[in-house]
Ligand binder design. Structure first.
Ligand code: GTP
Ligand code: SPV
Ligand code: MN
Length: 589
């Protein structure tokens, strides 16, 4: 498979530690993948679904105590605590290695260790980085084969280069008390133990492509962000690219695969998906910011996905997909989740593997149940998906779930103010991470759980990047989640978010007006096209309301932000502290 000394030496060390019965190299071949699927079906890890209705699709159930990322058990272990910063859990690397090595010792006795060489981004792209994940889970192997470019060609591309990210995952006993998701950025190393859930164990994703990559990006002068990438094509056939950072389960997959409302479709508008979760961004020779999606698949939220909200996602999952923690329809061996349609299966098994009756009132699918689907199966996948150079970005959008405060959309005054807007993000928590749901917390740039270094340094890096991008994207903020007095979402969202994207692009072109407010530039309400939304009760007055700025709410928010900045401490860049002062002054005027 390889003669790379660094790879082989590390592999021998890890083998000596976990003591597997067998080692299998993942080559990426159809034959091997098929054999692994068969083995996983035989041992119960996977259930094969209806081959007519869902060809090549499988269902997996995680342990009941293991259904989401575990932020309180996720660590950044740098030699100095300050380098991890106040927003990360930290432990001295030596102490953590000692603890973990004890947990891993003999953890694969009687098991097979799979060696997965994988590339984040197209093999050979200037953006690409290579990792090797060792795991004792076939589920992880099959997911990594969808989510990344994995196999022998990656080892060939690596050659003798010792520069790769080392990842070790052991399922062990799925013991919550001894679950650890640990990053050693200084050693290019990730260690995950006692979990079998996506974000904790698909080490190429959040662990590498965000936590380790953000650390590398800071050192090397680029950005690794929790962002979707989409291309919006106008009737003239011109495509403009947008990145958007929303916290987990706040609408990235949905926006990235948006189908325009009929009035725009008829005119010839289209949206193309480049990525739904992670973007790596670099300054190109033309002075613009260029983005690639380092992933090769979608690990998307199942509940709420339906023919109206996201038909493209639904069609993407109709083949070659692994479903995790959804409902099994035992009549026809298909899957179901809340929000798919109004007809739950009559004979069904819930995400825990128990017989389930929809009328019980209990949810059948876990709120964080997911599909792992092949990006190239998406009907709206961008023609640039595999372009090793990426796509040029015109606009960056930040956003979150805010029942009040944040308006539907606003534009920052300039780059530094845009960084301030990103740093000020807050959002209600979701089921994507263990813990309470619906609590507003600060989540700067949607990176709170994913920034692999000191948040103050991260902000400073964003400010720095602004000086290095001659033709920088414009920065915006959106909120699809404002609610009325009864708690219902006011804005219809989903495909209709296109209306907001068009205002954003018009601002980039300088063809739309704006109203200057203390928080930034807001649309003239009439400039958000509401044609066709009358039946949903959307009038210009509703838009005016969605765009209202309540200074007292914002002043309250600014207080919370100052506390957060204080917590980050002395590495907070002066530029953002100045932005906060100026913001408060504008609000008080
Ligand atoms: P991660 O994969 O966790 O990073 O999530 P994501 O940001 O890709 O979120 P996703 O698009 O999967 O959406 C999560 C939830 O938000 C789903 O339940 C959607 O139904 C809901 N959602 C997405 N877009 C909208 C919208 O425009 N309006 C409303 N009201 N809900 C939305
Ligand atoms: C998220 O939580 O933001 C996800 C899912 O995209 S996971 O891969 O579990 O992190
Ligand atoms: Mn995500």
């Amino acid at each position: 498979m390889t003669t790379n000394k660094a790879v082989l030496t590390w592999l021998e060390e890890m083998k000596a530690l976990v003591k597997p019965d067998k080692v299998v190299w993942i080559d990426g071949s159809k034959e091997q993948t098929e054999a692994l699927r068969a083995e996983a079906c035989a041992n119960g890890e996977l259930i094969k679904l209806n081959p007519e209705k869902l060809p090549n699709c499988y269902l997996h159930r995680t342990a009941v105590n293991d259904v989401a990322r575990v932020e309180n058990r996720t660590f950044i272990c740098t030699s100095k605590k300050e380098d991890a910063g106040a927003t990360n859990n930290w432990c001295d690397p030596k102490e953590m290695y000692d603890k973990l090595y004890k947990l891993y010792d003999g953890s694969m006795v009687g098991r097979t260790m799979y060696v997965i060489p994988y590339s984040m981004s197209v093999v050979g792209s200037p953006f690409a980085k290579i990792g090797i994940e060792l795991t004792d889970s076939i589920y992880v192997v099959l997911n990594m084969l969808i989510m990344t470019r994995a196999g022998q060609n990656v080892l060939d591309a690596l050659g003798d280069n010792p520069d790769f990210v080392k990842g070790l995952h052991a399922r062990k006993d799925i013991d919550e008390e001894n679950r650890y998701i640990v990053h050693f950025p200084e050693d290019n190393t990730i260690m995950s133990v006692n979990s079998g859930y996506g974000g904790n164990v698909l080490l190429g994703k959040k662990c590498f492509a965000l936590r380790i990559a953000s650390y590398l990006a800071h050192k090397e002068g680029w950005l690794a962000e929790h962002m979707l990438i989409l291309g919006l094509e106008n009737p003239q056939g011109e495509i403009r690219y947008i990145c958007a950072a929303f916290p987990s389960a706040c609408g990235k997959t949905n926006l990235a695969m948006l189908i325009p409302p009929e009035l725009y479709r008829k005119q010839g508008y289209k949206v193309w998906c480049v990525g739904d979760d992670i973007a790596w961004l670099r300054v190109g020779p033309d002075g613009r910011l260029w983005a690639v999606n380092p992933e090769n698949g979608f690990f998307g939220v199942a509940p709420g996905t339906n023919l109206k909200s996201n038909p493209n996602a639904l069609r993407t999952t109709e083949r070659d997909t692994i479903f995790t923690n959804v409902v099994l329809n035992t009549d026809d061996n298909t899957v179901w989740w809340e929000g798919l349609n109004k007809t739950p299966p009559v004979h069904a098994v819930n995400w825990k593997g128990e017989p389930w009756d929809a009328s019980s009132g209990e949810k059948g699918a876990h709120p964080n149940s997911r599909f792992t689907a092949v990006a190239e199966n998406c009907p709206c996948i961008s023609s640039e998906f595999n372009n090793p150079q990426g796509v040029p970005i015109d606009a960056i959008i930040f956003g979150g779930r805010r029942a009040k405060t944040a308006p539907l959309v606003y534009q920052s005054f300039d780059w530094n103010h845009g960084v301030f807007v990103g740093s000020a993000m807050a959002s209600e928590t979701t089921a994507a991470a263990a813990g309470a749901v619906g609590v507003v917390r600060r989540d700067p740039m949607a990176m709170l759980p994913f920034c692999g270094y000191n948040m103050g340094d991260y902000f400073a890096h964003w400010i720095q990047m602004g000086t290095k991008i001659p033709h920088a994207p414009k920065i915006f903020n959106v909120n699809w989640f404002r609610t009325d007095a009864e708690g219902h979402f006011i804005w219809p969202g989903f495909g209709d978010n296109m209306r907001v994207l068009l205002w954003i692009l018009a601002r980039c072109d300088g063809t739309a007006d704006a109203v200057e407010t203390p928080i930034g530039y807001l649309p003239v309400p009439e400039d958000i096209n509401i044609e066709g939304l009358e039946s949903e009760g959307i009038t210009v007055d509703v838009i005016r309301d969605l765009l209202s700025v309540d200074s007292s709410l914002w002043l309250e928010d600014a207080k919370g932000l100052r506390e957060f900045y204080n917590k980050i401490g002395d590495r907070m860049p002066k530029e953002l502290l100045d932005q906060l002062d100026a913001f408060e002054a504008r609000l008080k005027k």
